[in-house]
Design a binder for this molecule. Structure first.
Ligand code: FMN
Length: 335
């Protein structure tokens, strides 16, 4: 049965091919963050200096079959560049088709998720499960690479399924040989999830063996972490994930430190400005209900370290309209 859709994907609003991803110590990336690296958050992070942003992971199969929700994940704007679309899936034919459809719609840069360890993704043999079958992972990689412009596909991996089954050395070099444009390594095993510590020494071992850029991910909670790992490992650049979720100004801090300038302290006033900006970008680009719902989980992350954060979280759970949200913010973070 041919279930290939007749409808085109939403067009990418700018000529993506003209905005290549940049790599370097002064080009920090925003990581793919399912549920979070949506258009408003990407725009927010770009305002603070994120050089490249990666979308939330998009199911290749969902994209090919036009599953509900896929178009929202691809929402973008001309100023949302350079942009990398992250795909997940374990079947070469779907990944190749997905890249083809995205290219027709004007998207130019792609990444494959080989690191996600949530059960929903592992069950599909995708994400970090791909590290358990290197030959299939390479077939999928080749299908994506063949469907894209040369060098336009990156791969984001972990060390392996567990300590006894580490494949990162072999897989990284074979991905490079297959034509990968860049690699990102989150140096934990799938079994580790987010536990223990990221083993940054793996990045230091891999970086000199590659001729393509290598990005570091993992336990980069502050700009100081990012710069330390960048310098210690010799990677081409870093990708902020949870660090950006807690503080999108991490990109500005990274760039300041890189220039040898002091980092301005994160004050309640500054946090309020970040939250207000996130709300305003979200209200402009998403439906009201969805944004209000999202803010109930986003705001507590920003204020996690402030006194009264628990009470704020509790108040937000009760909040059902924008006026109530503004009142709560005014009470906890007066301008
Ligand atoms: C909420 C959340 C969502 C994530 N979603 C994705 C995703 O869609 N694709 C992906 O490759 N990694 C995803 N990751 C992993 C991050 O991109 C990153 O590699 C990981 O968090 C390690 O970096 P950190 O320790 O600095 O947070 C996610 C992580 C978090 C916390």
């Amino acid at each position: 049965m041919n279930r290939h859709p007749a409808r085109p994907l939403p067009p990418c609003p700018s000529a993506a091919a003209e905005h290549p991803p940049v790599f370097g110590p002064d080009a920090p990336w925003l990581a793919p963050l399912a549920g979070y690296s949506d258009l408003p958050f990407r725009l927010l992070c770009r305002e603070y200096g994120a050089a490249v942003c990666v979308t939330e992971m998009v199911s290749a199969k969902g994209l090919v079959y036009h599953s509900p929700g896929t178009a929202e994940l691809l929402a973008s704007l001309p100023e949302d560049q350079p942009l990398v679309v992250q795909l997940f899936g374990a079947e070469a034919s779907f990944l190749g088709q997905a890249v083809g459809l995205l290219r027709e719609a004007g998207y130019g840069w792609f990444d494959l998720n080989m690191g996600c360890s949530v059960p929903k993704v592992l069950k599909q043999k995708a994400g970090a499960a791909m590290l358990g079958d290197v030959e299939n992972a390479l077939d999928v990689a080749r299908a994506m690479i063949a469907a894209a412009e040369p060098g336009h596909v990156g791969f984001k991996l972990r060390l392996g399924l567990d300590d006894g089954r580490q494949v990162w050395r072999e897989l990284a070099l074979r991905l490079q040989d297959a034509g990968a444009g860049w690699l990102t390594l989150h140096p934990r095993t799938a079994r580790q999830g987010f536990g223990g510590e990221a083993r940054h020494e793996a990045l230091a071992e891999l970086a000199p063996q590659l001729s393509i850029p290598l990005l570091a991910s993992g336990d980069l909670f502050s700009a100081e972490d990012g710069l330390r790992v960048q310098t210690a490992t010799g990677v081409s650049g870093v990708m902020y994930a949870r660090g950006a979720l807690h503080d999108p100004t991490i990109f500005a801090a990274h760039l300041a430190l890189q220039r040898g300038e002091p980092v301005p302290p994160v004050t309640p006033r500054r946090l309020r400005a970040v939250i207000d900006r996130h709300i305003s970008l979200s209200r402009r680009h998403c439906s009201d209900d969805a944004v209000l719902w999202k803010m109930r989980s986003v705001v507590p992350r920003y204020v996690k370290h402030l006194p009264g954060a628990r009470a704020l979280r509790h108040a937000l759970c009760q909040c059902t309209d924008w006026e109530a949200l503004q009142d709560i913010l005014e009470e906890f973070l007066p301008q």
